[in-house]
Write a protein that binds this ligand. Structure first.
Ligand code: ZN
Length: 132
């Protein structure tokens, strides 16, 4: 069954760590082993897995994306959020995580991040568990 996590973002551009929310969801399910797919049903928001230890990594990712895709470029999209669409596509709209012994299989320093590029908004993360 498809599940949904709600995430409220608080600024226009932001990486929000959602690993603990995902773990809470996993505890509510009775699946010990399989695959978890996380999908973002938005066009100006993405998802990524990266370092969760040094907060400077998040800042570097956002800063570098902003250098690559500045907000004030002459885009054709009239909504004024073309940079957000491009950044969302660069990061992607889904990640896959293995589940073993009812736990997420992540590297020691890894966390799952929702990437907001046109907030603040209420966002959804769709989750699909595929048991072994
Ligand atoms: Zn738009």
């Amino acid at each position: 069954m498809l599940k949904r996590l709600e995430v409220k973002t608080s600024s226009r551009v932001q990486l929000i760590e959602i690993t603990s929310q995902v773990r809470t969801f996993l505890r509510s399910e009775n699946m010990t082993s399989g695959v978890l797919i996380l999908y973002i049903p938005h066009s100006t928001c993405g998802i990524t897995i990266n370092e969760n230890a040094d907060p400077a990594v998040k800042e570097d990712i956002l800063s570098f994306l902003d250098t690559m895709v500045p907000r004030d470029h002459e885009y054709r999209h009239v909504e004024g959020n073309a940079d957000a669409h491009i950044k969302a596509s660069l990061l992607g709209s889904s990640v896959t995580v293995f589940v073993e012994s009812s736990a997420l299989v992540l590297g020691t320093w890894q966390g799952i991040f929702l990437a907001e590029f046109d907030g603040p908004r209420k966002r959804s993360v769709l989750l699909k568990l595929l048991p072994d």
